[in-house]
Design a protein. Structure first.
Length: 948
């Protein structure tokens, strides 16, 4: 059947029936799939319901039930014209779909519930009147029975706007009483003469039939997606190693120029790779369900034949035979899927790469990044692929010019920095061992960069390449030059969400040369050693540093604010956001900064070459844009980039006085105290002004819209009026009551209720997936799944919110117990202690407590940042000789309020001293021994004491 193929399905809840929907889509090869009664909510993403090769558009009902969705083959350009959900009336979704250069069709999906009010028809008239179309197709479960005279008003309306209804057979058959069958799944069009065929088929998704129609049209053939891959069928590892061993790698050391040395290395290595694993063109075909077998296909065919026969004869015997085959097909589909995944996941349980690949294929129909059909630039639509790539390139490069386009109050001269007075940093030659270790640590699954060297072969050849690469790297340091291709990047535009034609809805993902990243890692190690040994990095910076984490940074900020409130002070906190901070780094300013921090002239020259003449191109679906120069920013995706950025902003807060501030990379918070709220805000405003001047000196841009102010008070009500905090341009910063700081939602009362509520919402989505596919996993696989994808979410930041109210923590316990029931297949009323025993896991409270004790002990051992370690101090031995004097106890500072007891400076030593009542440690243990002892305590807690 040629032309544009449409099918309509009423599914009554799309998400749990995705497998059967995919079978229908695959078997009909439909170009457009219109679905009624999707029952989707905002929490269900498009990825959850994606079908490979299709783009999905949807209109959800705000409350339960209803909803429509339209799938359009990704080869066609589609855009939403109108999307509306009218309470108690209908869901309406209209798309414009470009089928060919001269054919554009407006497609409408509509669902009207049986209980819809009388105003539904008027609303439909109003919505259709808004559409400007030449050709229209509207399909959906409208619940106006075309076979019943009561639908006369609707029929008259269709006639008035020249719409013809194409379906003539009942679409909701009543098997017990055929005369009560109804025709409520309608397909209407204003060009009926262009439709050549129609079919009404049995449906195993709901009690509605599947309706299929075909519109006559010549559709241009879609070009096959062809990629180049290495042919490893005849690959012989021993022969590969032999050829590597006979190459004269010593010649690299005789070449004076790094470009010549690199060219010789690349040509020698790639010649061997191409010999043993030549490139071949591969056509990428659509993915099919791996569990779908010929037996299933045969049974579906029998079911369809039984349906046709029952419709013709209309006898109870044939209808009974059809129902048996229908139920059998549904059962076989579920069984085939569960048996396949049960087998594959269990088989690959000890192979993480294969295991998670299988899980991803089951959990998310990942939406592949494809060319947008067009992009809009300066209100002009661009559909040429080459021009689209260049538009992306121009857009991503324009981000680095944010400072140039912003209103600034200073000249473009570089700021002056205080100079380092000690011994300056110089590179130390890289050893063969270091290079070999870095090669062996490569992730062989990563794609090659612009040098086209695949990490798989580099890792495989590590024993032979370590020495020549160490010579090449050291030559780069000696000559202060880097091979030009190492300064290039492939950039993938990744759609964040929203309209794919809008350039700002994409973010760039850079792919650099593998060998350049290896060298960067070696340089980074040496530079970090110099920085940390000389205590150069700001003590307020927690990003990308050993012993530091988001937990330590957030704990520091929360502790400071709580202690201020405990002292009856007010606190004003400013959470600062910078616009594209990493991409707007000025290279001249960065070089001056590196010089001031103690790098030698030779090292500066190497970094200057590393930053200069960088280029990037957009690569998508095998096509590349032209390479263009990148003049600003630290290289995205690089190893050195994050460290260079930390050094760039190292002194950012030095001009900010009478305040506290903390950084995690570019995430910045400034907080001030005062005896009154006005005093705290005035101090904060002065600090904010000084901070903004520092930003301008560094040519960084403040994002005023995302910068937020939060006020903390010892009383529940904040006094009015509240003084404003504003930017240099006069923009008033918005006051918020909750803010997501480093992944944890902080509220102005430190209840952590907003954070826990969002956490529960996120976990509930994971539970849906777990229970929807519980028949596909064994006990061991379920434990692995929950540990990796569920407990990791619960564990993040749990020591920060562990003092939340019992009602909040109970919500998390409910989610945790549900995950244990998923693992054990236990019923809802199974006691929680029985669940702990079956899985051999402690309660969530005990788990949090273990993390809390470990965090405290790390502080005691000095394994956390100084700003945390200084908050815990050993008690001084008294004048009396007591047994307790020998114990490792911590001094507990006095606090005034219940809130003060939640501060780390008080709660940590208090909790530790309680633990010491049982443990009575007199000397420090190693961290591993402490964790083992703690694990034994957790294991003992698994035993049920609820009824003792």
């Amino acid at each position: 059947m040629s032309g544009v193929k449409y099918i309509h399905l009423n599914v009554r809840s799309l998400l749990p029936k995705m497998d059967m929907v995919k079978i229908w889509v695959k078997s009909t090869d439909a170009d457009v799939v219109i679905i009624s009664e999707t029952w989707l909510t905002k929490s269900i993403t498009n990825e959850d319901i994606n079908i490979y090769g299709y783009n999905v558009y949807r209109t959800d009902r705000p409350k339960k039930g209803g909803g429509v969705a339209i799938y359009v083959k990704s080869r066609f350009n589609a855009s939403i014209v109108l999307s509306q959900s009218i309470c108690k009336q209908m869901e309406f979704l209209a798309l414009n779909v470009d089928i060919a250069n001269t054919l554009s069709i407006t497609i409408v999906g509509c669902y009207r519930p049986p209980s819809a009010s009388k105003e539904a028809l008027s609303s439909l008239k109003h919505l259709l009147a808004k559409l400007n179309y030449t050709e229209l197709l509207m399909a959906g479960d409208l619940n106006w029975d075309w076979l019943n005279a009561t639908s006369g008003e609707f029929k008259e309306f269709c006639d008035s706007i020249n719409l013809t209804q194409l379906v003539y057979l009942p679409t909701r058959p009543n098997l017990k009483c055929p005369e009560k069958s109804t025709l409520i799944d309608l397909v209407l069009t204003n060009v009926p003469h262009k439709f050549s065929s129609l079919g009404v088929f049995c449906n195993d998704l709901s009690d509605h039939c599947v309706v299929a129609v075909c519109r006559n049209a010549k559709i241009p053939k879609c070009k096959p997606h062809i990629v180049c891959k290495r042919n490893l069928k005849q690959f012989n590892e021993q022969a590969f190693h032999h050829d590597l061993s006979v190459v004269n790698w010593e010649k690299i050391g005789l070449l004076p120029d790094v470009e010549l040395a690199w060219t010789y290395f690349k040509e020698s290595f790639m010649e061997i790779v191409n010999k043993h694993a030549p490139l071949r063109k591969v056509r990428i075909k659509g993915r099919e369900n791996p569990w779908f077998s010929q037996t299933l296909a045969d049974n579906i065919h029998k079911r369809n034949r039984a349906w046709d026969k029952a419709r013709q004869t209309d006898t109870s015997t044939d209808w009974s035979a059809f129902k048996q085959l229908r139920n059998k097909c549904t059962s076989l589909i579920k069984k085939a899927k569960s048996e396949y995944f049960l087998s594959v996941t269990t088989e690959n349980l000890n192979d993480p790469q294969k295991f998670w690949k299988v899980i991803k294929s089951l959990s998310v129909n990942k939406m592949t990044q494809t060319f947008p059909k067009f992009v809009v630039k300066d209100s002009v639509s661009i559909n040429d692929k080459t021009e689209i790539l260049n538009c992306f390139n121009e857009h991503f490069l324009s981000v680095g010019s944010l400072f140039d386009s912003a209103e600034t109050f200073l000249t473009n001269s570089c700021p002056e920095f205080s100079m380092f007075s000690g011994d300056r940093f110089n590179f130390v030659p890289f050893s063969v061992y270091e290079v070999h270790k870095a090669l062996k640590a490569l992730d062989h699954r990563k794609p090659p960069g612009p040098d086209l060297m695949e990490p798989y072969f580099l890792k495989l050849a590590a024993d032979y390449l370590a020495e020549p690469l160490s010579i090449l790297f050291n030559l780069s340091i000696k000559t202060k030059e880097i091979p030009s291709v190492w300064k290039s990047a492939f950039v993938l535009p990744l759609l964040k969400g929203g309209d794919p034609s809008v350039l700002t809805n994409y973010r760039p993902i850079s792919n650099l040369c593998v060998l350049s990243k290896i060298m960067e890692s070696l340089v980074c190690d040496q530079l970090k050693e110099f920085l940390y040994s000389n205590d150069i990095v700001s003590k307020f910076q927690s990003g990308f540093r050993k012993k530091h984490s988001t937990n330590t940074a957030t704990m520091k900020v929360i502790n400071d604010i709580i202690m201020a409130l405990d002292k009856k002070l007010y606190c004003a906190s400013l959470f600062i956001d910078l616009s594209k901070a990493f991409d707007t780094v000025d290279h001249a300013v960065l070089k001056n900064r590196l010089l001031s921090l103690g790098l030698s002239e030779h090292a500066i020259a190497w970094f200057s070459n590393y930053l200069n003449n960088r280029t990037q191109c957009i690569k998508l679906e095998g096509l590349c844009s032209k390479f263009v120069a990148v003049h600003k920013g630290v290289p995205q995706g690089s190893v050195l980039g994050p460290l260079l950025f930390l050094l760039y902003i190292n002194d950012l807060g030095q001009n900010v006085s009478d305040t506290n501030l903390h950084f995690y990379a570019d995430d910045t918070v400034i907080y001030c105290y005062g005896s009154s709220l006005t005093q705290a805000i005035e101090t904060l405003q002065k600090a904010f002004v000084a901070f903004q001047h520092s930003l301008i000196q560094l040519k960084l841009v403040l994002n005023a819209d995302k910068t937020k102010l939060m006020l903390f008070s010892k009383s529940k009500k904040v006094p009015e009026p509240i003084p404003v905090v504003s930017t240099l341009e006069g923009n008033v910063i918005e006051i918020v009551h909750e803010y997501k700081y480093l992944g944890v939602w902080i509220d102005d009362s430190f209840t952590f209720k907003p954070h826990i509520e969002r956490l529960v919402k996120k976990l509930r989505l994971k539970l849906r997936f777990f229970f929807r596919n519980k028949q596909c996993f064994s006990f061991a696989v379920k434990k692995r799944l929950v540990t990796a994808t569920f407990l990791s979410v619960l564990d993040y930041g749990d020591i920060l919110y562990m003092n939340a109210s019992s009602s909040c923590l109970l919500m998390l316990d409910t989610m945790y117990h549900a995950s244990l029931r998923f693992i054990t297949n236990c019923r809802y009323l199974t006691h929680q202690c029985d669940l702990y025993l079956r899985v051999n896991w402690p309660s969530l409270a005990i788990r949090r407590q273990g993390h809390w004790y470990t965090f405290i002990y790390k502080a005691i051992l000095g394994l956390l940042p100084p700003y945390i370690c200084t908050l815990v101090t050993r008690t001084n031995s008294g004048s009396y000789s007591l047994r307790s004097n020998d114990q490792l106890l911590l001094s507990v500072p006095l606090v005034r309020t219940e809130l003060g007891k939640k501060a780390f400076v008080h709660s940590a030593p208090f909790s530790w001293n309680l633990l010491q009542k049982d443990w009575k440690l007199t000397e420090l243990l190693s961290l591993n021994v402490f964790k083992t002892k703690l694990k034994g305590l957790q294991t003992a807690s698994i035993m049920c004491n609820c009824f003792v």
